[in-house]
Design a protein around this ligand. Sequence first.
Ligand SMILES: Cc1ncc(C[n+]2csc(CCOP(=O)(O)OP(=O)(O)O)c2C)c(N)n1
Length: 277
Amino acid sequence: MIKMTDKELHIKSIEYRKKILKYIVGAKAGHTGGSLSCIDILNVLYNRVMNVGPDNFKSPDRDRYIQSKGHCVEALFVVLADKGFYPESDLETLCRYKSHYIGHPTKKVAGVEQNTGALGHGLPICVGEAIAAKMDDKKHHVFTLLGDGELPEGSNWEAALTAAHYNLDNLCAIIDNNKLQITGTNAEVCNTDPIDAKFESFGWAVKQVDGNDVEALAKVFAQLPFEKGKPSLVIAHTIKGKGVSFMENNVKWHHGVPNAEQYQEAINELDVELANV
Ligand SMILES: Cc1ncc(C[n+]2csc(CCOP(=O)(O)OP(=O)(O)O)c2C)c(N)n1
């Protein structure tokens, strides 16, 4: 796998943001804010950290990524297209009748490991994947991305307990900690803080990072596993709607679709950022 430099990663994140917006506008639907918040994490995983691509996707030795916050499928789909799993033009069918590119990940799309979207499933599935890897004496890593608003699902805590019990240091969970969910802040809807202390008490090794900083993310992932014999948790502090000023930290953009004027404004902002990399 070719590993991108920090500068290449930075440019890629901005390009991915532009594509996320383009295909959400085309589909007239999508989870805009949460896709923009997590895209740097996917970027670093797929372009720096993980050993997975179209050439080895059938290999049992590939790294696994399961996106538990499946509603932010637009982030995943633009990255998989960029990795060559399918032509990017496929995304012009996003959310259209008979398209496999629907509003949540499905295994009918090349490169998708698991169907997700009903929250609370990614971590339990990854625990199974990580146990299987240990039993087969495999060296690959298993990654899952959760939303912070997903944590109230009880299945996550059964999985967290089990992962520590089986010493799954080949498992890394990342929390996209953008502090918002659909209707408000996590603190208002269902407070899960302090996330670090909760996972540590379950037997995980935890690190915190700026989840919109590709260099910082790459440095954190380079330290995996954080502690031998323990599953690793990355609490990625992110901004919902990151990169588009009027979407940032605004719950309205959880699944808001920009109109033509807003879309152009967003693209202009991202182009300015691109010119300044
Ligand atoms: C089991 C289940 N319950 C409810 C939902 C509806 N739902 C979709 S997104 C969402 C909020 C998730 O918040 P978070 O994980 O923080 O997402 P982000 O802010 O990162 O987009 C909810 C409750 C769902 N998809 N699955």
